[in-house]
Design a protein around this ligand. Structure first.
Ligand code: SF4
Length: 331
């Protein structure tokens, strides 16, 4: 574990369920639920980078949005700094809480208001949270934030369309940092960018985390190779459930869940000799619909080692030592 990662939990998610009703007819009668998140529990320690990975539609973005309080969970609790995120609060308390959790979106183009200048986009949280006293301090802070993310202060008068994709994401990072949050939820922050730019943004996020003491990231990605060198710990999601959580190195060296093994086997190895020897685990079929997930272990229709019990009973998450948790009957 990194030295700056504390043992204190900044986020604790307990049995979180987020179902979206599917309705039909004029009366909007509920006919089913899309079980986007189906009973997950995990903790994020202060100062760590927690990776949340899985294929598209597995519920990772919904989880991030629940922590941001954009969705109100169907069931379960989320604690932030020990406080229930969904407890009743006064306006002032809600504002204080919103200062603490920021978000970086996947699409830097769509997430920035095209009619606002970069300076205004970055500066909005400063006014909103009363973090500056007057115009001079405001301008100074915007300049500082621009420099911090590798942009020049003269760029503050430009509009989003005048920037490249990578620069737009830097503006998104600066806006997220403006309120000095303690947690930033990064939802696929590099997947819309060229590979060369992806590395720059990841390095930027890493550097900023070192500069801002105790800053914590929840890094959501469909790509295990992106989170590999970036995260301290990784949680793997499949069809609304977490199937494995471990320290990053442990997960890569010693994956235990058949789904994690399959995901890892799909990552190309840069060494041509090792790449030729790489054994790819190809899963049969497609990910089932979250409208009607399989009974028992959600992964059983595709699992190469499934047994009868897997079709009947959902496996619980179990710690198999050193904080490595797996949900599989056979591990
Ligand atoms: Fe495969 Fe069964 Fe383990 Fe699920 S519980 S991953 S189906 S072996």
């Amino acid at each position: 574990m990194k030295q700056s990662v504390s043992n204190e939990n900044i986020v604790e998610v307990k049995n979180l369920k987020m179902y979206f009703p599917v309705t039909r007819g004029l009366l909007r009668r509920k006919v089913a639920d899309v079980k986007a998140v189906d009973g997950i529990s995990f903790k994020i320690r202060r100062g760590e980078i927690m990776g949340l990975v899985g294929e598209s539609g597995c519920g990772k973005t919904t989880t991030g949005r629940c922590i941001l309080r954009l969705y109100s969970p169907t069931e379960g609790q989320i604690y932030f700094n020990g406080e229930d995120l969904f407890a009743k609060r006064s306006k002032e308390e809600t504002k204080k809480l919103s200062k603490e959790i920021a978000f970086i979106f996947q699409d830097p183009q769509g997430s920035l208001n095209p009619r606002h200048t970069a300076g205004r986009i970055i500066g909005e949280p400063l006014w909103f949270h009363n973090l500056v006293q007057g115009r001079n301090e405001y301008e100074e802070m915007v300049d500082r934030l621009l420099t911090l993310v590798g942009l020049e202060s003269y760029m503050k008068n430009r509009f989003p369309h005048e920037f490249s994709g990578g620069q737009r994401q830097r503006i998104g990072v600066a806006r997220a940092l403006a309120s000095k949050p303690s947690l930033i939820i990064c939802d696929e922050p590099v997947s819309a960018l060229d590979v060369s730019i992806q590395a720059q943004i990841i390095n930027l996020l890493k550097r900023l985390q070192k500069e801002f003491n105790d800053l914590t990231y929840l890094f959501i990605s469909h790509d295990l190779s992106v989170v590999r060198y970036f995260s301290d710990r990784i949680a793997v999601m499949y069809l609304g459930r977490i199937v494995e959580i471990a320290d990053s190195l442990e997960l890569y060296d010693n994956p235990r869940h058949p789904y994690t093994k399959a995901l890892l086997s799909a990552i190309p190895i840069p060494d041509p000799f090792l790449e030729r020897k790489r054994e790819r685990i190809v899963l049969k079929g497609e990910v089932p619909s979250p409208l009607n997930p399989p009974k028992g272990c959600h992964f059983h229709p595709r699992c190469p080692i499934a047994v009868e019990e897997c079709r009947i009973k959902a496996p619980e998450m179990r710690d198999i030592g050193g904080g490595h948790e797996v949900a599989c009957h056979l591990v």
